[in-house]
Write a protein that binds this ligand. Sequence first.
Ligand code: FPP
Length: 250
Amino acid sequence: MKEKLQRINLHKVPNHIAIIMDGNGRWAKGKGMQRVFGHKNALTAIRESADTASELGVKYLTLYAFSTENWNRPKLEVDALMSLLVNTLKKELPEFQRKNVKINAIGNLTSLPKNAQKVLTKVINETQDNTKITLTFALSYGSREEIVNAIKNISKKVVNNNLDIEKIDEKIINNHLYTFNLPDVDFMIRTSGEQRISNFLLWQMAYAELYFTDVLWPDFRKEHLFDAIIDYQNRERRFGKTSEQIETDE
Ligand code: FPP
């Protein structure tokens, strides 16, 4: 483990990591348990990833906790996920404060149960001045819905003569997304062997490096995040430029 850490260049860690935490159901099934058992065991992976990212100097970690499509799961599972969210946020608030973690949420938050909205608002407000890392939970999140929502809000401003159509640019669009206060994603990790983006941060991942691992989310630990970051650091991010240009930029 120490060897892996030594291979990481602490000056080049991704600023913003996004994770699709996949495989909880299969992990539980593999142990002959109900799917909810997998979600409960996902919490250790969340805690360890957030702690490790923070220690390495990652400034933003965004976790796909619940998609707009996840509402179609059996009610029992949806209810269990919502209680897990509420109980975890309540229980972890002192730890977020101690570790200087700022909590943020993106998604159609008004569709969450009232008690979840209430605890989220409380945790977001109480941690708003924390500065070590911003931990964002994507909840009832869908990237296409986010873009539709942004287009509607921008259009309203144009119709009301509060915005000149010629002024619409990438910055204006960014400012109308749920992620208006977050930088672009540098690195996206998906666990469980699936190689899809699944409607997650489509706009924000335009230039992100993508990393897929077979590890199921409840098994994801510090060493796996180290492996992912080592892989990221061995890539060359060209943003459409040539290798030679990148070398002279450095
Ligand atoms: C994907 O595994 C995981 C989810 C849809 C839910 C992730 C949510 C949590 C880990 C808990 C939320 C709580 C907090 C505190 C944010 P899957 O169920 O799709 O697994 P499968 O693909 O193996 O079926």
